[in-house]
Design a protein around this ligand. Structure first.
Ligand code: C2E
Ligand code: MG
Ligand code: MG
Ligand code: MG
Length: 284
């Protein structure tokens, strides 16, 4: 029996679970069951290259479709999954699923398409992570250069993890720094990381229309990315004004609701078809 809390919404946890750690334990169990019951689903958000007007890649974003609570945001369960090390099997599942699906799309449409997968530091800490990623590529037949692993800057990153990133790079896999600019270590990471791309955090994008300091910061980050010969994609772009400013400033790779929201796998097919038809129309 679910119980109403003060806010008037139903509580997920039973009242007997008084302590936070018990709640965590319970939610961890729910998450484990969710995996087995197939309640986890990979959504995909297209990334657009504005110079060519085409989708160059998609980012895999995990969703938990809970039987009672509906969709639960990864922001709510990824931190817990990391704490309980559940992120290791979950992340591996996402990786396999995403690579498999992308390979299928490449074959169906005969187009180049990159897949970006978020990788937790916990996964990077796994002794055999390089072998695991390699195995998934072999299994699915996806080319390593079509896979990008997104790493969020994290204090837990040690030399061993940087070494692991180097090995993944050697396989030909692309590495990007996620949420770039919002963590204290951003700049030093550029020096230490074998990265290929930075993802400008939506925090900066949000201020484009209102804050000259955000615009100045973005211009500076774009210059820096160029001088490091890094690709750069802006996240969280929601308005045409934001997209225009970024384009004019030299950041042509855009990800955000303005173009596409994260969507279920089947919708990606439709969107790819439409964008292809669009291009054919324009070239006629
Ligand atoms: P992220 O990797 O930085 O992903 C971008 C987040 O911004 C996503 O939230 C996406 O839905 C959202 N977003 C994209 N465009 C817009 C926009 O225009 N406006 C706004 N307001 N938001 C936008 P989401 O899907 O809730 O994921 C949150 C975070 O959870 C991700 O941030 C990522 O760090 C983590 N995550 C998601 N899937 C996985 C996964 O499979 N493994 C791991 N380790 N982490 C994951
Ligand atoms: Mg990401
Ligand atoms: Mg991000
Ligand atoms: Mg993030």
């Amino acid at each position: 029996q679910a119980k109403r809390d003060g806010g008037g919404s139903y509580r997920f946890f039973e009242p007997y679970m008084e302590t936070e750690s018990m709640q965590k334990l319970e939610m961890g169990n729910h998450l484990r069951e969710a995996m087995l019951r197939g309640e986890l689903e990979v959504y995909y958000q297209p990334q657009v290259d504005c110079t060519q007007g085409r989708i160059f890649g998609i980012e895999a974003l995990l969703r938990w479709n809970h039987t009672k609570r509906g969709f639960i945001s990864p922001a709510q369960f990824i931190p817990l999954a990391e704490e309980l090390n559940l992120i290791v099997p979950i992340g591996e599942w996402v990786l396999r699923e995403a690579c498999q699906y992308t390979k299928k799309l490449q074959q169906e449409y005969g187009i180049p398409l990159q897949i970006s997968v978020n990788l937790s530091v916990k996964q990077l800490m796994e002794k055999d992570i390089v072998d695991k990623v390699h195995a998934v590529l072999e299994e699915t037949g996806l080319s390593p250069s079509d896979l990008e692993l997104e790493i969020t800057e994290n204090m837990a990153m040690k030399d061993e993890q940087l070494e692991t990133l180097g090995k993944l790079r050697e396989l030909g896999i692309a590495i990007s720094i996620d949420d770039f600019g919002t963590h204290y270590s951003s700049l030093s990471y550029l020096k230490r990381f074998p990265v290929t791309k930075i993802k400008l955090d939506q925090f900066f994008v949000r201020g484009i229309q209102t804050d000259e300091r955000d615009r100045a910061m973005i211009r500076a980050i774009i210059l820096m990315a160029k001088s490091f010969q890094l690709q750069m994609v802006a996240e969280g772009v929601e308005t045409p004004e934001q997209a225009q400013f970024l384009n004019e400033s030299g950041c042509e790779l855009i990800q955000g609701f303005y173009f596409f929201k994260p969507m279920p796998a089947d919708d990606v097919r439709r969107v790819l078809l439409e964008s292809q038809a669009d291009k054919i129309k324009r070239s006629q």
